[in-house]
Design a protein around this ligand. Structure first.
Ligand code: GDP
Ligand code: MG
Length: 443
């Protein structure tokens, strides 16, 4: 993957004291290959590599950083730039209701997004209305009604008198209804086809003309790779849009589509969808995406999510320890992290957001919920001193703990080993993030 390739490049650079031309060539060659393999558009790759190469050469003069940091910083900054710089917020109409039109292929995630947006808007203090203007599939209206109900958001559906069978009429009627009932944001769900076709484009363009939206959001499945670029181009020409929503970012394809679409359309990516649940949704942050592509993990997202679920103070302390290596990371912290992970959702999803997962995957894939219970029991059977300083866990202490927690000594051993591995990994991780002090792993 792109992520693995880039981290391999940076591993090779580690230990060198300056960046030679040969280093730059070797590095950019690897990055180029990795991007192409990740399905990034060729034109985008070329331009990207050129920018990185130029900057790397200029940066040589001020080579104060270590080479890996230097390249990492450049690649990171260039990625962020392509991905749109800062997050672009939703634009609200001066005179409500604000109209948001969703466009995209069938299955791209529009209807799901309508629910997510509705819930999110409500959370921001708005009173949204979802309008069911997808009359193509027999079940489409019902699907939106179900989603709206789950989100606790009102849905406007076609009825006799407001245009059954005519999506343009339904969209217009929805708008009038919203204005009369003081809904301040209207989200219009539209029909998609399996492929790009004239009829679909014409219909979406007609709805657009009829409702004059403040934002047209193009919804695209991040997993369709290179096709995403062609689809985006077709929608840009056929309907036109203001911003992109990337859906299904919880899948494997993490970088290629985002990079290509942003560059080729020149439109900002506004939201990211990463799951089927209504809360699997957030504003799109270019810097986070860039660090995710670089396998620096989506630390910020992870921390934010932890704070949502947790006592903010507690998680801030843990995050600080994790990031800065402040204080000694002990078994108490380990347990807390693990419980945090459990509260945040399915492990597989959290893993995608954690740094260095390439190497850790196998190790963590084996941890299931019951194992977390066991780990909890073992750590609770330790004294505070043992938790803070696991080095003191000799044979007789381990036997006592196994006994107290109803586990085997081999369980205690494997937990302690895993803890030391995790601590080592976190410390090396902290050192590879620019601006973050490296803490020596204790011997
Ligand atoms: P539409 O045809 O554009 O309205 O797409 P839908 O909203 O009906 O979504 C199509 C399928 O993709 C549904 O099964 C959704 O549950 C699923 N889906 C939508 N967004 C996401 C996402 O972000 N992640 C995942 N894993 N599935 C999604
Ligand atoms: Mg739909």
């Amino acid at each position: 993957t792109l992520t693995d390739r880039l981290s391999a490049v940076f591993r090779n650079l580690r230990g060198k004291t300056r960046l030679t031309d040969a280093d730059i060539e070797a590095t950019t060659r690897e990055i180029r290959l990795a991007l192409l393999e990740a399905d990034v558009n060729l034109a985008v790759v070329k331009e990207f590599i050129q920018a990185v190469r130029e900057r790397a050469k200029g940066a040589q003069i001020h080579a104060a950083l270590n080479p890996a940091q230097q390249i990492l910083q450049i690649v990171n900054e260039e990625l962020i730039e392509i991905l749109g710089g800062a997050a672009r917020p939703l634009r609200y109409a001066k005179k409500p209701p604000t109209v948001i039109l969703l466009a995209g292929l069938q299955g791209s995630g529009k209807t799901t997004l309508a629910g997510k947006l509705g819930k999110w808007l409500k959370g921001q203090g708005h009173s949204p209305l979802l309008v069911a203007a997808d009359l193509q599939r027999p079940n489409a209206v019902n699907q939106l009604q179900v989603v709206g109900e789950r989100a606790g958001v009102q849905v406007f559906a076609p009825e006799p008198g407001n245009g059954i069978g005519d999506p343009v009429a339904v969209a217009k009627a929805g708008l009038e209804f919203a204005a009369s009932k003081l809904y301040d944001v209207v989200v219009v769900d539209t029909a998609g086809r399996l492929g790009i076709d004239e009829e679909l484009m014409r219909q979406a363009a007609e709805i657009r003309a009829a409702v004059n939206p403040d934002e047209v959001l193009f919804v695209v499945d991040a997993m369709i790779g290179q096709d995403a670029v062609n689809t985006a181009k077709a929608f840009a020409e056929g309907v036109g849009f203001d911003a992109v929503v990337l859906s299904k970012l919880d899948g494997d394809a993490r970088g290629g589509a985002a990079l290509s679409i942003a560059k080729v359309t020149g439109k900002p990516i506004m939201f990211a969808s990463n799951g089927e649940g209504l809360d699997d949704f957030d504003a799109f942050y270019p810097d986070r995406m860039a660090s995710r592509i670089l396998d620096m993990g989506d630390l910020l997202t992870l921390i934010e999510q932890a704070q949502k679920t947790f006592d903010a103070e507690q998680s801030a302390k843990a995050a600080q320890k994790l990031l800065q290596g402040k204080g000694e990371f002990g078994l108490d912290d380990f347990l807390q992290q693990m419980q945090a992970v459990r509260k945040m959702g399915p492990l597989s999803k959290i893993l995608g957001m954690m740094p260095g997962m390439g190497q850790m995957k196998d190790q963590i894939a084996g941890i299931d919920e019951r194992e977390i219970d066991r780990i909890e029991a073992i750590i609770y059977s330790m004294t505070p001193a043992e938790r803070a300083n696991p080095k003191m866990l000799d044979g007789s202490r381990r036997a006592r703990i196994a006994n107290g927690s109803g586990t085997k000594v081999s369980d205690v051993n494997s937990l302690v080993n895993r803890f030391f591995d995790a601590r080592k990994m976190m410390q090396s991780m902290a050192g590879s993030i620019p601006g973050m002090p490296r803490k020596q792993a204790p011997q």
